[in-house]
Design a protein around this ligand. Structure first.
Ligand SMILES: Cc1cc2nc3c(=O)[nH]c(=O)nc-3n(C[C@H](O)[C@H](O)[C@H](O)COP(=O)(O)OP(=O)(O)OC[C@H]3O[C@@H](n4cnc5c(N)ncnc54)[C@H](O)[C@@H]3O)c2cc1C
Length: 388
């Protein structure tokens, strides 16, 4: 079993770390204070991402992307996850479902998205449909060769940085016909209702939208009628891996800050790391990180090795659950070790504390991941997780 990273993987991690430290980290405080990344900063980041070879990092060379393996993506995302305020999202990852598009859709949406000239956001969640997407009420009706979309979408991340939306709707209102549509911005009948404030101050917004008979030409349907979930399945795996990598990177940064602070902060005549209470917290943080990192690299390598799709889904759920919860525990300890300074917004551990809370909610809540894992154990036995 070879568990060492290759020189190429190490080089990619170093380059991603440099992108994070030199381009993203300097924008953390302004993003936190402004509530989102100031618009005038976006073009500079886009250019840096292109110049440093990370444009389209989740797509194949054949489609114009970087052609990175999953393990390469994991080591890159881990480094980007060190940035607070969701600034990792400035390094775009065009929706995976676009790779199943027609040649024209790839030319008009995927390729320019890979090149950073267009950006798409993804709208599935609604007021009545969160963990249970069969409750989606947005419908698509075909009349005279044109689709008309009507409904309301919530939490649409990066809407303000996007120029098209992939909308998940039910054809004819039938939950057995979940289907994806490419909706350009602006479109008649598409209204931005509001972009509420959230616990984190994320680089981009999370918008609420209304679609009132929004016309979409027949060529704007992505895949076939009823393929809505099929086309996003790969994306679920990729998104769960990304979250695992980001939360790992966030936990590592918080642990580093706490470790340095514990060495330098003197109370009662000695550095606080000399108190066993503090040292044991650092020890627990290190062990948590060690376990999560081992799990992330393993699952990424399994995907590259061609593990069958069902097992990949089972493992990706466990990975997302473990890493997102691990980061919560580690970053909470980092705040504690820094005492009052850990509670100050100017301190990265405070921002990371707010940032990573959502990782237990989006892309499938922790409860939904546990339900998936429980279902896998019931169907295939514990050996899905233990028999290797
Ligand atoms: C900041 C942010 C950004 C987001 N970005 C996007 C986006 O870009 N596009 C998009 O479409 N969506 C997005 N979402 C939506 C996100 O995916 C949903 O919030 C998530 O799927 C949960 O849905 P919900 O909020 O409706 O909670 P609900 O599904 O109502 O769940 C509420 C609670 O009930 C629990 N629960 C639900 N069902 C079960 C069950 N079967 N068993 C046990 N417990 C259960 C949940 O775990 C949770 O604790 C975003 C959300 C946030 C907060």
């Amino acid at each position: 079993m070879d568990i060492a990273l290759s020189p190429r993987e190490r080089d990619l991690a170093a380059r991603a770390r440099a992108l994070c430290d030199e381009v993203l980290v300097p924008l953390e405080l302004v993003t936190d204070e402004h509530g989102e990344l100031p618009e005038e900063k976006r073009a500079g980041i886009r250019q840096a991402v292109r110049d440093r070879g990370f444009a389209g990092l989740n797509h194949s060379k054949a489609d114009g992307g970087c052609g990175f393996t999953m393990l390469e993506q994991a080591v890159i995302e881990e480094q980007l996850g060190r940035a607070t305020n969701g600034l990792w999202s400035c390094v775009w990852r065009p929706p995976v479902s676009l790779k199943f598009g027609t040649a024209a859709q790839k030319r008009d949406y995927l390729l320019p998205s890979i090149q950073g000239e267009r950006r798409g956001c993804f709208a599935i969640t609604e007021p009545g449909a969160g963990s249970d997407p069969r409750q989606v009420a947005t419908r698509a009706d075909l009349r005279d060769g044109v689709w008309y979309l009507s409904g309301e979408k919530w939490f649409v991340t990066s809407y303000n940085a996007s120029d098209f939306i992939i909308v998940h709707a039910h054809v004819g209102g039938d939950p057995d016909k979940p289907t994806l549509f490419l909706v350009d911005k602006p479109s008649p009948g598409l209204t931005h209702l509001r972009s509420p404030k959230f616990m984190h101050n994320f680089a981009f917004d999370h918008a609420e939208l209304r679609l009132a008979e929004v016309p979409v030409p027949a060529e704007g349907m992505l895949g076939e009628i009823g393929q809505g979930f099929e086309l996003t399945k790969d994306w679920f795996v990729e998104a769960r891996l990304q979250i695992a990598a980001h939360t790992l990177g966030a936990a590592v940064r918080a642990a580093e800050v706490a470790n340095d602070y514990a060495a330098g902060r003197v109370q009662f005549g000695k550095p606080i790391r000399d108190f066993q209470a503090i040292e044991f917290m650092l020890a627990d943080m290190a062990v948590e990180i060690f376990a999560a990192k081992s799990m992330l690299y393993r699952v990424a390598a399994e995907i590259d090795g061609g593990l069958d799709r069902k097992r990949v889904h089972a493992h990706a759920s466990a990975l997302k659950l473990h890493c997102s919860e691990m980061a919560g525990r580690v970053i909470d300890k980092a705040v504690q070790i820094l005492g009052g300074r850990g509670y100050m917004r100017e301190n990265p551990v405070e921002r990371l504390f707010r940032d990573i809370r959502v990782d237990r909610i989006w892309e499938g809540t922790s409860e939904i991941q546990r339900a998936v894992i429980g279902g896998q154990i019931r169907k295939r036995g514990l050996e899905v997780y233990s028999g290797w």
